[in-house]
Write a protein that binds this ligand. Sequence first.
Ligand code: GLN
Length: 176
Amino acid sequence: MTFEALGVSSVAVRLPEQLGDLSGLVIPGGESTAIGKLMRTYEFYDAIRQQHGAGMAVWGTCAGAILMASVVLDAVDDQEPLGLMDIDVRRNAYGRQLDSFEAELDVHGLEGETFRGVFIRAPWIERIGSEVDVLAEHDGHIVAAQHGDLLATTFHPELTGDPRMHRFFLDKVVGS
Ligand code: GLN
């Protein structure tokens, strides 16, 4: 799924200056240590915090959810999260045996059938602050959460053809 498919334009953000034009930012999956290093080099940390303070919504998927957290459990060395969202996230939480899998999720706020969660060396959300809403759990662990204009998912909605999570971000997170 893409935002374009929903009639919403998006840009690939390469420099902090681009953030000023955005109503919402997606921090994608990948490798949170590598993304964090690039964010440090290109001075994204304060820029993202500032733009979020000025009203930009943020959706972190997988590694992006790790980067949004207050605390990263099983972090590598000097890995530093943005501290945007009052959640603690455990990296590579499912371990080696089950490092990638798919599961049907009941996501609060999505109508209709279950949502296919694609988990790739995924983290889970181990603690949430009192103002954070749980949107989905899998096997007793939180895999999606929202706090106003902040959304964290530990799976990859962009790898499915289902538009509902993208629609949810546009309507309920950017529009919160
Ligand atoms: N395991 C990765 C990390 O720790 C996240 C994997 C992903 O984004 N799919 O950053």
